[in-house]
Design a protein around this ligand. Structure first.
Ligand code: PEP
Ligand code: MN
Length: 360
């Protein structure tokens, strides 16, 4: 993608001295609900009101959105509050209707980004639009699919593009609804530094108590904005109840966030270093997490060896691994000496884990 600088222009047009905020309910439920929430958000840092009209549900039988009538409510909310309106589109028919009702921001949901046919259909329906189009990451942790979505839209002549990081699903149970896998978003940010990057802490956490913490992490990583599900009666929301905050709670989040000022260009060096160090911090945390997982596997091996009454150290296997790692390391620009030292340390730790298990 050339002309990358242009991608940031739409964000600059908002002329904000803080990150962009998109807020509103997971789903439009009734006209009254839409208008009430929009009015509560209008005199705050919120620039764009969100509400899902068509809701992709994992299992049939859930609330699938109010459909076209909701677009009328959004239009009314825009007239009354001046907020821009945003909604999710999943096919060409949605796009056609959203454009008819002059929706300002259209986003492609995580379950759609995984499907290049659907993304292409949307890109064709939107070709050349001046609307803002945001691409959520796919549900699976695949950077290429995410980039592919952006490229399909870009190739259709859509210039006001951005991406939303909403986390990735895992089979493993974690404290998140969708694990962030920060390094994937950072890789995307490194590839396209001028593509606005927006955090969706609601779908990452699935829990309103964790919204502030995840948003802060994102701002520390230089994200450009946030999309936060907000409802006047979150507990009784028709979808995603546990993760929505009230407008008052949202305003408190704005107060508590330590926001890096966008107009503070004091020192380019400091800014650059801050960003790079934040990248390093994320990578280091990922390394530690992986090492922790590796030692858990070592513990399990210890148990299997104990059951079979086999010695901890099996030299043949270790020499094989090491040879392979040195070759692999070379292709990644790591010296033989470093790879040897690092794996020796990891191996030591692994052995002491297994020893503990065997002698327990
Ligand atoms: C949503 O924004 O309400 C939504 C359905 O999000 P996602 O596509 O990230 O699951
Ligand atoms: Mn939702």
């Amino acid at each position: 993608m050339e002309n990358k600088k242009e991608m940031r222009n739409w964000l600059n047009e908002f002329n904000l001295n803080h990150p962009l905020v998109i807020a509103g309910p997971c789903s439009a439920e009734t006209e009254e609900q839409v208008l009430k929430i929009a009015h509560e958000l209008k005199d705050s840092d919120v620039s764009i009101f969100r509400a899902g009209i068509w809701k992709p549900r994992t299992r049939p039988g859930g609330f699938e959105g109010v459909g076209e009538i909701g677009l009328k409510w959004l239009k009314k909310a825009k007239e009354q509050t001046g907020l821009l309106m945003g909604t999710e589109v999943a096919n060409a028919a949605h796009v056609k209707l959203a454009l008819e009702y002059d929706i300002d921001v259209l986003w492609i949901g995580a379950r759609t980004t995984v499907n290049p046919f659907a993304v292409q259909e949307i890109a064709d329906a939107l070709a050349g639009t001046k609307k803002i189009v945001l691409v959520k990451n796919p549900v699976n942790p695949d950077l290429s699919l995410w980039l592919g979505g952006v490229e399909r839209l870009y190739n259709a002549g859509i210039e006001k593009l951005g991406v939303i990081h909403r986390g990735f699903s895992t089979y493993e149970k974690t404290k998140y609804r969708n694990i962030p896998e920060w390094q994937i978003a950072i890789e995307l940010q490194n590839k396209f530094p001028d593509l606005p990057l927006i955090i969706d802490p609601s779908h990452i956490t699935g829990d309103r108590k964790m919204i502030l913490e995840v948003t802060q992490e994102a701002l520390d990583l230089n994200y450009d904005g946030m999309i936060i599900e907000t409802h006047t009666d979150p507990d009784n929301a028709w979808s995603d109840a546990a993760q929505q905050v009230t407008p008052d709670a949202l305003k408190q989040i704005f107060i508590d966030l330590k926001v890096r000022k966008l107009d503070d260009v004091s020192d380019e060096f400091t800014q650059k270093m801050k960003k790079l160090r934040a990248n390093i911090d994320v990578l280091d945390a990922t390394l530690l997490e992986l090492l922790g997982k590796r030692m858990k596997v070592a513990d399990e091996i210890g148990l299997v060896k104990k059951a079979a009454n086999v010695a901890v150290l099996q030299n043949n296997r270790w020499n094989e691994i090491l040879g392979k790692m040195i070759l692999d390391g070379e292709t990644k620009g790591l010296s033989e000496e470093f790879v040897l030292r690092m794996f020796k340390a990891i191996h030591q730790e692994s052995i002491s884990h297994q020893d503990k298990v065997l002698n327990a």
